[in-house]
Design a protein around this ligand. Structure first.
Ligand SMILES: [Zn+2]
Length: 201
């Protein structure tokens, strides 16, 4: 029945339904709620979107989120020096590792995983940047915290091979992370333990 709605409302539903976990039904509920309240909420939405567009960008070092600057708070923090680099698939996974509370090194966010089945190859990822960063910052240990899925494992193995000539320890999160499991939804205790007991491979 969406065809009955004004075109502009249909457009809004289309945009909202692109979010993960939001189907057309939920998107329609969001949008109908929004239009019911009218101008004030539209203005609020427009203002926060504009602000996010102006202020938020990807950190040029770790590809996490930076606010108004080239580098994010973690990369800019001298206390987060160390020579350990944790590689994660997504910003959600970076937040999960951060909230586990036991990691004090830096990050690198891939934003994608290698997936031969879906035609995602090494050139589609920011692996060149990763290699450059590890060499330039003389990183001493790499922790690959990609998910325990086929694509996560493929990516971890590729990174391990890619870094082999540098002769630095590359470790993977330890047991406790279930096969097929995502990092984002692990509880803090399990993730903290998996980080601490990471295994070089
Ligand atoms: Zn950063």
């Amino acid at each position: 029945m969406a065809e009955l709605l004004p075109k502009a409302v249909q457009n809004l539903i289309r945009v909202f339904s692109k979010f993960p976990g939001v189907g057309k039904r939920t998107a329609t509920r969001f949008v109908l709620d929004l239009v019911r309240d009218g101008d004030e909420r539209f203005r609020e939405l427009r203002d926060v979107l504009n602000l996010a567009m102006d202020e938020v960008n990807l950190c040029e070092q770790c590809y996490g989120l930076a606010e108004g600057k080239e580098v994010c708070r973690i990369c800019a923090d001298p206390g987060r020096g160390g020579k350990t680099l944790c590689i994660v698939e997504s910003i959600a996974d970076q937040l999960a590792v951060e909230s586990a509370g036991s990691y004090s090194g830096r990050y690198f966010v891939l934003h994608r995983l290698l997936s031969p089945l879906r035609g995602v190859g090494p050139d589609d990822l920011n692996l060149g940047e990763l290699g450059r960063r590890i060499e330039e910052e003389e990183i001493g240990e790499v922790i690959v915290a990609t998910p325990m899925t086929t694509d996560g494992e493929t990516t971890a193995t590729y990174i391990k091979k890619m870094l082999a000539p540098l002769d630095i320890p590359v470790s993977r999160l330890a047991s406790g992370v279930p096969m097929g499991g995502s990092i984002e939804y692990l509880d803090q205790l399990t993730l903290g333990r998996a980080l601490r007991d990471r295994k070089e491979y």
